[in-house]
Design a protein around this ligand. Structure first.
Ligand SMILES: [Zn+2]
Length: 417
């Protein structure tokens, strides 16, 4: 009841951190999946950590290490460790680092996710010195290579699904077949990149996560020790399928049907091995998916895509005109607008230039309002959500609010609630 997190940027990292900490991005600091790190002039992912290395369950991987160092408060699992009379075992599982790490918190016993580029399961030196044997065994027995070429067809007869299942407005996603039956394959024989992208967009990846969860339950005998243990699973397929196929697709519904079956199997296992009444289940979601703008438009409503690259370019032109020539490279990440060092301070002292920048953003189709970060207030109904999404140093200098049914993405659809 009243489990309301009314913040603006409903993306995966912010969502998982909000669920596990019980607070909003303004407090836990995970404002976006990626943000602009001004000190180093680079884009960072929310769980990136240069001081850590990945630990692979397969061949060596190239990616940067990850940790929960950017998570500025504790999670439920952390508090169980801090407050419980008996030390809990904490395990967290997902396809994504940002989901697994934020669910587990600062001190999990085991956390695992998929390194998408290399197609290997990994963890990080932030959490462990080596791989967990129960995950290693499961992965050895279920190599991802075996998932190549798997077919995904509707679980139920076609007429049992809502909406017409039209594939018309799908954006081009070359390696994902356009309609059922989908075939999970890459652009060659590599179990990496293109293949993991297609596999993540199918219910087969959720089934694999459920398998890993079962392996952890068995390996650690979770729930059967003297304390209270914690198992976090982020089933990631629905997010990816929403992006690729859209909110009213048969694919979204079918992933839910498959997920329902996976959850049923998992609950049966918990009932059998931990015992009915001996566990508490929390089932929640980190965000929704917006209707595909082209579909909304075809029905006669206002909808579309906000082109953030063009907005950045327009702002740079205004800055060059108002402040003098320079390499401004303004970045727009979701709804956050990041200026290079010193530019926002100059704009704050130059009302004409600030007005011109804001006017250039407002003239972009689909943009509703623009706020300076100093204008955000949790007491104002229009800026409340943005204020709760704002963390100084990680969020943008300006916030752009879109009109309903306008999205800032080129995939078929994206987050939005
Ligand atoms: Zn997403």
């Amino acid at each position: 009841r009243q489990a309301d997190y009314p913040y603006y940027n409903t993306v995966t990292c912010a969502g998982h951190a909000s669920m596990s900490t019980g607070t909003v991005p303004a407090v836990h600091g995970m404002v976006l999946n990626q943000w602009w790190e001004r000190d180093n002039s680079r884009l960072v992912s929310c769980t990136d950590d240069d001081d850590q290395q990945l630990i692979t369950y397969g061949i060596p991987v190239k990616g940067v290490g990850h940790s929960a160092k950017n998570l500025m408060t504790t999670t439920l699992a952390d508090e169980m460790r801090l407050q419980g009379p008996v030390t809990p075992r904490v395990v967290s599982i997902s396809l994504k680092a940002r989901s697994a790490i934020n669910l587990g918190g600062h001190r999990p016993d085991a956390v695992i996710w998929l390194d998408e580029a290399d197609g290997e399961w990994v963890t990080s030196t932030a959490f462990a010195a080596t791989t967990a044997p129960y995950f290693a065994d499961y992965i050895a027995e279920h190599p991802l290579r075996n998932e190549m070429g798997r077919v995904w067809d509707r679980a139920l007869p076609k007429d049992r699904y809502l909406y017409d299942g039209s594939t018309k407005d799908r954006q081009k996603t070359a390696l994902i077949t356009r309609d059922f039956p989908h075939i999970v394959k890459g652009d060659g024989t590599e179990v990496a990149g293109a293949f993991t992208d297609a596999w993540e967009s199918s219910p087969h990846s959720d089934a694999y996560l459920a398998g890993l969860a079962g392996a952890a339950l068995d390996g650690l005998k979770l729930g059967r020790g003297p304390g209270v243990d914690y198992l976090g699973i982020s089933f990631s397929a629905l997010d990816k399928v929403g992006h690729d196929f859209g909110q009213d697709s048969h694919e979204v519904q079918d992933v839910m049907i498959h997920l329902d079956q996976e959850l049923g199997t998992l609950l049966d296992k918990l009932d059998r091995e931990v015992g009915k009444g001996n566990y508490v289940l929390g089932l929640t979601a980190d965000h929704g998916v917006a209707p595909t703008p082209e579909r909304v438009k075809a029905m006669g409503f206002d909808a579309g895509r906000i082109n953030t690259t063009i907005i950045g370019r327009q702002i740079d032109e205004v800055l060059a005109r108002e402040l003098g020539p320079g390499s401004y490279r303004t970045r727009v990440i979701y709804n956050d607008i990041y200026f290079n060092d010193g530019v926002y301070v100059k704009l704050s002292r130059n009302a004409r230039a600030m007005d011109a920048v804001i006017a250039s953003i407002l003239k972009t189709q689909g943009v509703w309002r623009v706020y300076r970060k100093s204008e955000l207030s949790a007491a104002d109904p229009f800026t409340r959500a943005s204020a709760l999404s704002h963390y100084d140093g990680r969020s943008g200098d300006l916030k752009m609010l879109g009109r309903s049914y306008w999205i800032t993405s080129s995939s078929t659809s994206t987050h939005g609630t």
